[in-house]
Design a protein around this ligand. Structure first.
Ligand code: PEP
Length: 252
């Protein structure tokens, strides 16, 4: 049985004041609801707020995560943030290969695989994002695009690390658009991804959590999360509103 994970991706949003308010509300929402302990919760925040959020989350059942990490260990890489820096702030998760990184920062499957390996070496849990664009979906290329994105990562990691990754299926056309994959559409891709993981190792594949991301909201979360291969959500916009984020956690 896989424990569900609901992870917020704040993207480039937040401020010291807004983060305090948001995390205080989420913490008190979780504390007042004993059911919420049945799933894992994380917030992936902008790097300048690691210290603040680490303090705010102290003692809470909410893990801290990053939205990206360098593939390099340390050195002359201006602007990069290393895994050891993430560790110093108790980050447990790191998103790698988000479609915005792929599209706006030209991140390749190979670079994303290197980041995944680096995160695993540091004992962090990489949330590896895959997903097709609308043009690729309309051209019938969903399986080939998504399979290739995952394959490059799978080829780079050790079998013993397979169960340590989280995969997020995020159809690009559903991110921030209000359009969501139907539960059946998402489940089909998730099942395909699970089969791909099984080729590497069947036992570990059964443990890998595959999250859905793309306009997940309180009103669609329950039916998406009810699908057999959807093990949680990677939440963008709705993670910035405490009531919405708490409602999705509740649905999980
Ligand atoms: C995301 O960016 O990972 C995401 C899923 O965003 P949204 O929920 O806003 O579509």
């Amino acid at each position: 049985m896989r424990r569900k994970l609901v992870a917020g991706n704040w993207k480039m949003n937040g401020s010291l004041a807004a983060n305090t308010l948001l995390l205080t509300e989420i913490k008190s929402g979780l504390n007042s609801n004993p059911d919420s302990a049945i799933c894992d919760v994380a917030v992936c925040v902008p790097a300048p707020y690691f210290a603040q959020c680490q303090g705010l989350l102290n003692g809470a059942a909410i893990a801290l995560g990053a939205q990206d990490v360098s593939s390099h260990e340390a050195g002359a890489y201006t602007g990069e943030v290393s895994t050891s820096m993430l560790q110093e702030f108790d980050c447990r998760y790191v998103i790698v290969g988000h479609s915005e990184r792929r599209a706006y920062f030209a991140e390749s499957n190979e670079l994303i695989a290197q980041k995944t390996v680096r995160a695993l070496q540091a004992g962090l849990t990489p949330i590896v994002c895959v997903g097709e664009t609308l043009a690729q979906r309309e051209a019938g290329q969903i399986d080939s695009v998504v399979a290739e994105q995952l394959n490059v990562v799978l080829a780079a990691i050790a079998v013993s690390d397979l169960a340590k990754i989280v995969v997020a299926y995020e159809p690009v056309w559903a991110i921030g658009t209000g359009k969501t994959a139907t539960p059946a559409m998402a489940q089909e891709v998730h099942a395909m991804l699970r089969k791909q993981l099984q080729v590497k190792n069947a036992e570990a594949a059964a443990q890998v959590r595959i999250l859905y991301g793309g306009s997940m909201k309180p009103d669609n979360a329950q039916e998406l999360l009810a699908m057999s291969d959807i093990d949680g959500g990677l939440i963008g916009g709705a993670a910035l509103k405490s009531a919405d984020f708490l409602a999705i956690i509740q649905a999980a």
